[in-house]
Design a protein. Structure first.
Length: 124
């Protein structure tokens, strides 16, 4: 699969699935042996199950998410994709903004991803 197609599918699926907290739809985007790092100083999650566990944990306490992913910027087998989420975090309006960097295999599955993000209280 072409990287641009894989990256757009990744962004579209994450956007839809995050909105519905659909962990299975998201983890279907990853190779069985994928590695994901969330933030630069956290230990990486190795394998699809560890990634699924992290995603499920990260949705804990979050409700009513509105999620947008930008058009991926693609170079070779990699893509950078910005995202923004407005949600209630344990009842508090919060905005999360970040970027995911993903490397894809020829089947269009993510084999390596890393996120950089920040949250702020929303005042809307």
């Amino acid at each position: 699969m072409e990287t641009r197609t894989a990256a757009q599918r990744f962004a579209d699926t994450w956007q839809r699935a995050w909105t519905n907290h659909d962990v299975a739809a998201i983890t279907a985007l990853y190779h069985d042996d994928a590695v994901h790092t969330s933030m630069p100083f956290r230990p990486p999650h190795h394998g699809k199950q560890a990634i699924a566990d992290y995603i499920a944990w990260s949705f804990t306490g979050e409700s009513e998410p509105t999620v947008t992913f930008a058009t991926p910027i693609v170079d070779g087998d990699q893509a950078a994709i910005e995202f923004r989420v407005h949600a209630l975090d344990n009842g508090r309006p919060t905005t999360l903004a970040g970027c995911v960097f993903a490397r894809f295999n020829t089947d269009g599955l993510a084999v390596e991803t890393r996120d950089y993000w920040h949250t702020a209280d929303s005042h809307s």
